[in-house]
Ligand binder design. Structure first.
Ligand code: KG4
Ligand code: ZN
Length: 348
């Protein structure tokens, strides 16, 4: 039996099947059985950002064929599905409604429960799909296009907000700065690529909020600093140098606050999730920091850092295992604080 997961909160249509992992003749089986992802990036690139209504319509077109694709890939029938999990928020409300309606429709048709999943819990617990998963308590850095948060994970489903951005999310700052540098949408990976050609210390940008106590972030000033520093008609090398300075300042800020969060809580593991978790420099710098601290660092592979259906199927499976199947309702939320979730009891 498997849980079908559906993700449509923004511009990726993600579908996956997740079942209980088990060991068979020494090999690990089960777990993630199949996953498929369709990215709308090309369609939105023309407009320089996500157009919500176009996103909703494209999810409608892609969702059911992707459901069929993962069922075929895993050689499963609809009767093998024990629950349908879907992202109920936070995200673009129209896009969320598409996923929720399709999920509830399938669940009703298949006589199975539908489970509403918090998108950020999907990201947060994605590292637990991998081999050697960390056990709570741990600290999580959630870095995406809409969120920059440090969270204390006391237990599965028990999340305490330690700090968050007071203005732009770090992914949003990457995207906006990339636009200033004349790069295409989505800017984060493009800016990271350009920064690889940049030289160190040509430009020095501020590390916002590091001299203030606490674990909050601010990234809008950094983007403004890039705007003020960018010379008119800057050539490719100058833009690359500035991209590098921006990336280093953003990464340093995240690393400094993570170190502080680890020291404050005394936890021994840090996990990083969300789209910006795919950034190579962030991965390298956090690895150095945790090695020095003697703490563990866990990342999902880059493909599961950005939005995907696997992380939703996985949390759906965790919650289903504990019998958590809310009543049938199509109830999506554009905004949804993570600390309003119910705890997930663990077996051990
Ligand atoms: O988690 P995600 O796929 O979607 C949201 O829930 O927001 O994150 C998308 C964000 C975008 O802002 C994108 O530019 C950023 O993650 N991103 C990156 C990289 N890959 C994706 N930012 C910096 N470096 C990357 N390699
Ligand atoms: Zn996301």
């Amino acid at each position: 039996m498997a849980v079908l997961g559906i993700e449509t909160s923004c511009d990726e249509t993600g579908v996956a099947l997740y079942s209980a992992p088990y060991a068979d003749e020494g090999a690990n089986k089960g777990g993630l059985l199949a996953h498929a992802l369709y990215s709308q990036i090309e369609m939105h690139a023309e407009y320089g950002g996500v157009v919500p209504e176009l996103a909703s319509r494209d999810h409608i077109r892609k969702l059911l064929p992707l459901v069929q694709q993962v069922l075929d890939e895993a050689a499963l029938e609809s009767t093998d599905i024990e629950a349908v999990a879907y992202t109920a928020g936070p995200g673009l409300i129209g896009a969320l409604m598409v996923g929720a309606s399709v999920a509830q429709g399938l669940a009703i048709g298949w006589h199975k429960p539908a489970i509403a999943i918090h998108h950020m819990e999907g990201h947060l617990l994605a590292p637990l799909m991998m081999a050697d998963p960390p056990k709570p308590p741990f600290v999580a850095l959630l870095v995406s296009g809409g969120h920059t948060q440090l969270i204390e994970v006391e237990a599965l489903g028990r999340y305490r907000l330690l700090g968050q951005t007071l203005d732009d999310a770090v992914g949003e700052a990457f995207d906006k700065t990339a636009k200033l540098l004349g790069l295409n949408y989505p800017g984060g990976p493009e800016l990271a690529k350009l920064a690889e050609q940049g030289r160190d210390d040509v430009f020095k940008l501020p590390r916002p909020m590091i001299d203030r106590p606490g674990l909050d972030f601010s990234f809008s000033g950094l983007k403004t600093a890039v705007l003020q520093t960018l010379p008119e008609g800057a050539d490719e090398q100058t833009r690359a140098d500035l991209a590098r300075a921006f990336e280093q300042a953003a990464v340093d800020t995240l690393v400094i606050k993570c170190r502080r969060a680890m020291e404050q809580t005394g936890h021994k593991a840090l996990i990083v999730a969300g789209g910006v978790g795919a950034n190579r420099q962030l991965r390298l710098k956090l690895a150095e920091m945790t090695e020095k601290q003697g703490t563990e660092l866990h990342f999902p592979p880059p493909e599961f850092c950005t939005d995907n259906g696997a992380m939703i199927a996985h949390v759906g499976w965790l919650r289903r295992k504990q019998g958590q199947t809310p009543p049938c309702s199509i109830d999506c939320r554009a905004r949804w604080p993570l600390d309003e979730l119910d705890p997930i009891p663990t077996d051990d």
